[in-house]
Design a protein around this ligand. Structure first.
Ligand code: NAI
Length: 327
């Protein structure tokens, strides 16, 4: 059997952590043959709750679960990590100033980046889920000079999956019939879920794209604002779907994408006019453990303006954290 894979999950006692840990431990992430060791990072006040989750993981007697260890120190938690899910963060709360939001996250993701740099395994792969995810990933990357910046990614897979689900419903097909959907930009309401290349059972969708009212006033805002709709309905933010998307992202990163491509927020190399040095969502394939941006897609005028707007927001966030000395 392969050597066990060490997986660190931050925010392990939170809602997403609760859903995510059981999927990882059950083999949904890396398959039924791969043993995983879980390393849970929490703040000291939540360590006890994390211990409760660890008891339940133990009680599930998963064949693929090696060990579970709990930490309140990032340096220890990331020691030897092959994969890191950075879920714990300080998301925006009502009335919160943007500078407070960014500085609170700088205080989390800066030290976590340093800890990853100091102790993670050479093949470390980092997925940031905690919001503002793209900029938090940038902060962590900038504190880890010895780790290639391509190893720091942020999650737009939930947005991607939401787009698949909306299109499947509109077209009366199954999500597996759909290919070539892209979410561009920031994991925020400026994101651009793009159907211009989409195919259903291999065929383009000109009739659906011609329905501009549906695309622009229904599909795009429904996908971009789905998080708020879930909170309104459930009284709590999306957790199981977010965990499922995190599994999808890292599964595909490690084991390779199947089908056309997926959406992942990766360090921009300037592709599609997205400024270099921001972590922005692109159409991506993965093989051999590396993401590659799908090049050469045609970008129409509407798409251009939406991609530019979301990239501009990311540049603004980057400038703000740079101005505060956080990167
Ligand atoms: P939650 O509040 O239930 O859990 C967060 C956990 O993180 C708490 O247990 C907290 O103690 C812990 N935490 C806070 N600071 C920490 C630190 N420095 N180190 C380790 N742990 C720390 O939140 P939930 O629902 O699990 O969501 C987590 C994050 O994921 C939020 O920022 C949320 O906005 C984001 N999110 C992102 C999505 C995406 O698509 N990218 C989708 C849904 C949620």
């Amino acid at each position: 059997a392969n050597a066990p894979v060490n997986i660190t999950v931050t925010g392990a006692a939170g809602n997403i952590g609760y859903a995510l840990l059981f999927r990882i431990a059950s083999g949904a992430l890396l398959g039924p043959e791969q043993r995983v060791n879980l390393r849970l990072l929490e703040i000291p006040q939540a360590v006890q709750a994390a211990e409760g989750t660890a008891m339940e993981l133990f009680d599930a007697a998963f064949p693929t679960l090696g060990s579970v260890d709990i930490f309140d120190d990032p340096k220890a938690a990331f020691e030897g990590a092959n994969i890191a899910f950075l879920v714990g963060s300080m998301p925006r709360k009502a009335g919160m100033e943007r500078s407070d939001l960014l500085s609170a996250n700088g205080g989390i993701f800066g030290p976590q980046g340093e800890a990853l740099n100091a102790g993670a395994a050479d093949d470390i792969k980092v997925l940031v889920v905690g919001n503002p995810a793209n900029t938090n990933a940038l902060i962590a990357a900038s504190h880890a000079p010895d780790i290639p910046s391509s190893r720091f990614t942020a999650m737009t897979r939930l947005d991607h999956n939401r787009a698949l689900a909306q299109l499947a419903t509109r077209a009366g097909v199954h999500v597996t019939d759909i290919d070539k959907v892209t979410v561009w930009g920031n994991h925020s309401t400026t994101q651009y879920p793009d159907l211009t290349q989409a195919t259903i059972k291999g065929a383009p969708i000109p009739e659906i794209l011609a329905d501009r009212a549906w695309v622009e006033e229904d599909f795009i805002p429904t996908v971009a604002k789905r998080g708020a709709a879930i909170i309104a309905a459930r009284g709590a933010s999306s957790a199981a779907s977010a965990a499922s998307a995190a599994i999808d992202h890292v599964h595909d990163w490690v084991l390779g994408t199947s089908g056309s491509w997926t959406s992942a927020a990766v360090m921009s190399d300037g592709s599609y006019g997205v400024p270099e040095g921001i972590i922005s969502s692109f159409p991506c394939t993965s093989s051999g453990g590396e993401w590659t941006i799908v090049e050469g897609l045609e970008i129409d005028d509407f798409s251009r303006s939406r991609i530019d707007a979301s990239a501009a927001e990311l540049v603004e966030e980057k400038d703000a954290v740079a101005g505060m000395g956080l990167i």
